[in-house]
Each structure stands twice: as structure tokens, then as C-alpha cells.
Design a protein around this ligand. Sequence first.
Ligand code: HEC
Ligand code: HEC
Ligand SMILES: [Ca+2]
Ligand SMILES: [Ca+2]
Length: 496
Amino acid sequence: MARPMVRLRSASSGLLASLCVAVAMFAASCDDGETTPQECPIGGDCCAETDDCEVKLAPYDGEELSGGETTVFDVGRDAFARPARNLTPPERDDFALGDHFFNRGWVMAPASAEGNDGLGPTFNATGCSACHSHDGRGSPPTSPDDTRSFGLLVRLSVPGTDEHGGPKHEPTYGDQLQTFAILGIEPEGRLDLSWEEVPGAFADGQPYSLRRPMIAFADLAYGPMADDVLTSARVGQATFGLGLVEAITEADIVALEDSDDADGDGISGRANRVWDAASATTRLGRFGWKANQPSLAQQVQGAFLGDMGITSPLFTAQNCPTAQSDCMSAPTGGDPEVDESKIALIDFYSHTLAVPARRGVGEPQILAGRTVFETSGCGSCHTASFRTGALEGYPMLSDQLVWPYTDLLLHDMGYELADGRPDYLADGREWRTAPLWGIGLTQAVSKHTFFLHDGRARGLAEAILWHGGEGAAAREAFRALPESRRNDLLAFLQSL
Ligand code: HEC
Ligand code: HEC
Ligand SMILES: [Ca+2]
Ligand SMILES: [Ca+2]
């Protein structure tokens, strides 16, 4: 990639001089006069000449446009809710219809002629946007009274796998605890979430505290769960940019795999392989916190069934574990409850929600933070950019230079982030590298900054400090930085 360079001299900038020190920590001998620009870390070919720190930092070509030509410019509450900028007027109409179904509330059957009945028997929320408000991320419960919160749901299973290699359902409660039910049916139970504080300190002595969730259930309506039940608490993810994620070619993702860490950098990374119900084959997983869904179509219809109790062309059977006898005889809203034409519109909408542009890409602190990101090893998993391939039916998403900051691979994140619940090939310590695009707009859109799969991190710094396993070296690099460098990194993340 061509990178225009600006040339700045340390003589006039203390900031750049200290950046040089930060880079030198990783580039070993930045000031010995031997290091050539090529040997310096990406974006930081400083110290090319003895005693003369030269930094040539500038935005990379196209890096401001995180979603390529689909990118939108909005920093407010709707920054994640806009249609891709390059949609045609008729496509915008379809987007608006899909948006309507995403935001609509579903009701118990039988109901109106509007075709929005079929909710339940059990469910977690009445509409997609309850958990993905403004297409942003969910929040874990913020008070002990908030026991039926929409923002966070708990997946369930027991050891072993189902016939397709997926999680084996907990016998009485299935693969998810539904905390609501329609009239006449008992909700499965309540979530009783509490937090444990875990103290720590940066290398410079500045203390911090992290919080770890502890999951318990209350009011279980259908008897006790299996003794060996495995649980995984997950918040709803932001839903923009996902058509571009689908358009990244499988070959490009697989090329980043390094299952046995052949290159010895301490980072392996492997793709999840999951059941694709439409083709009845196993395919690369891309969506969800463990990359446990192969396509947006399946993710969306899986959400209809699992989160709302609504059957669809792909998943035609009501979600009724056999132990829940009243569930099967509850009224239904048709067969299926949401039809193909509505699914097609929600699917189109889910593909074409735009990625917001970055802010301040040329600002010195953000450029310095980008270098910290690169030299701390963040980019080993949070792969900055891809060029999308051709996605059938979506020419506007194809052949775009995009900046999702994820390799879409699973990584062992240590006991720190382990849920102990396997999901296809993802074991109890593995998670999909979370995309970082748009992350700096979380507060503006979602009105909170709870990060990671269960929302435990209360801000970006805590999210980094939770990285363990393959991410431990990057976390330690962050922990060892002086506060000013840490702030540079956080400023960079805020600009994404
Ligand atoms: C009860 C809350 C809840 C409801 C309702 C809900 N979701 Fe989700 N959504 C989640 C959670 C939690 C995840 C992460 C799932 C996982 O990792 O297993 C998710 C993930 C997703 C993803 C994948 C995002 C990514 O980055 O991979 C999409 C797309 C999505 N949901 C769309 C929808 C749509 C469309 C609906 C309505 C049909 C919906 N969701 C309803 C909670 C919800
Ligand atoms: C070994 C791979 C790996 C490395 C290295 C790594 N990350 Fe991550 N990162 C992940 C994974 C996997 C997750 C999701 C973890 C989870 O949700 O439990 C994640 C999550 C995050 C999140 C939260 C995202 C969200 O949507 O909640 C942030 C912020 C983040 N990483 C920043 C960084 C920074 C900054 C660095 C470098 C200091 C870094 N990461 C290094 C793999 C990595
Ligand atoms: Ca259930
Ligand atoms: Ca139903």
C-alpha cells in the first residue's frame, strides 16, 4: 500500500522524541545509527540516522474511510444506523423497510393482520433493537434489580457436541436461558449476575481494578439445570459493517491462520468451522463473539428463534425443549412466523448498515497511538485492513478497502476471559478477535462503554487489561507503557 509521508523533526517536538523512545523499546537499537528505515516497525521508521529522530507518520491511504465507499460521516446517536453511502435510491427504500422490521416489536399470537405475531412461547426480548439499540451494543445489567435485562443473554450447554459439532443443549433449558414468556407460559428463569473486583496496577504503579462477572440463575421454572451445565454470558454486538465482513474472502481469512504458531510469535489463531443450516454443510464461522455463525442470514434467523421465539424459513420448529410441555401447545403466529419477504429485507438491512468514518486520522496523538498499537502487537490479531471480494447480490460491498481491525479468527485469550463453554471449534478460552471499527463512537451511540463479550470492561483500557493467553504479551506491553503513551493508544482507539 502506498503511504504518503510527512517528515517531522524531533528538534521541534518533544512528543515525537518520546514516541521514538517508545518505538525504540521494540526496535531494539533505534539510536545506534545502524537501524535502517526498513528495519523499523511499520509506521515508525524513526531514528534512521544517529541522534536524529525522524518520524514520518501520516494517515495511510484510505484509512479514514473505514468502510471504503460505503462509509458514512456521522458521530452522533445514529452513527451505526445509516445505510451504506453508495446505495441507490431503490436500495435505500429496501433498507428503510428492513430497518422497520429490525425496530418493530413482535407480539403474542394470534394478533393483528400486520403479521407481527408469533413471539415466544419463551423469549429474551420483543424486537431486534431491544438488544441492538441504534444498531449499537448491549449493556450488561447495571443494577441488581435489572434481572431480565435485554442487553446480555446467557448461552447454555453441557459437555459434548450435537450431531453437527455444535454445543450440546442443556437438556431442560436448551441452548439459551429465555427470561420472558408469553401469557400462560413460565419464563425459564432469571439471571442473577454479580461482579467481583480484581485489583491490578500498571508498571508505573498506577492502580486499576477490573471486574469479573459471576453468573447464577434464580426462579428456574422447569427444575434444576444439569450439574455440569456450561454457561456463556454475551452482550449484543453492534450490527453495522457486517455485509463487508461477509464480503471478506475465505481465502484471505484462512491465510492469516497459524494454528500451530509456526512463525513463533506466540499468536496462533484459527478459523471456526460451524454448521450452515441452509447448505447442510460445515462452513467458516464469522459472526458472533465466537464466530459461531457462518452467514448473516443464519445469524438473523437464529436470533429470531433463539432471542424472540419466532420461526423463520431456515428454522421452522418452535424453540421448545422437550421438558417444557406447555411450550409445544402454545399458539403460533403462522408457519413460519416471519416469512421469506421480511427476512429478505432484514437480511438486506443487516448487510448494508454502514461503517462510520474515522475522526482525526492526521492528528499527531492519533498517529502516535497508531504506532503504539502496531508496536504493542495489537495488529497481530486486530488486522487493520482487507480488500473485500465479490459478494453475490451486493456489488456495493465488493472490492472495497475496509478497516475492521479483526482477523475474524479465534484466539486463546487465557483463563482471564475464559467462559469454559465450547462453541464448535472454539474452546472455552477462545474468542473471535473483536472488530474495532467504530468503537470510539460507542458512548455516542449506546450511551455506555462496556466492552468485551460480557460487557465486563468499563472502558477501553480495561478491555485491553483483560487480554490473556495469546493476548497477554500485548497486554503486558500496554501495562508497561508510560501513561502518556497509553493515552496515545486510547486516543487512536477513540478515533476508530
Ligand atoms: C436478547 C437480545 C438480542 C436480540 C433480541 C437480538 N440479538 Fe442479535 N445478538 C445478541 C447477542 C448476545 C449477540 C452475540 C451472540 C453470540 O456471540 O453468540 C448478537 C449478535 C448479532 C449479530 C452478529 C454481530 C457480529 O458482529 O457478528 C447480528 C447480525 C445480530 N445479532 C442481529 C440481530 C437481529 C437481526 C435480531 C432480530 C431478529 C437480533 N439480533 C436480536 C443479542 C440479541
Ligand atoms: C491474541 C489476539 C489479540 C491481541 C494481540 C489483541 N487483541 Fe484485542 N481482542 C482480541 C479478542 C479475541 C477480543 C474479544 C475478547 C472478548 O470479547 O472476550 C479482543 C477485544 C478487544 C477490545 C474490545 C472490543 C469489543 O468490541 O468489546 C479492544 C478495545 C481490544 N481488543 C483492543 C486491543 C488492543 C489495543 C490490543 C493491543 C494492546 C489488543 N487488543 C491485542 C484479540 C486480541
Ligand atoms: Ca431456553
Ligand atoms: Ca413463536
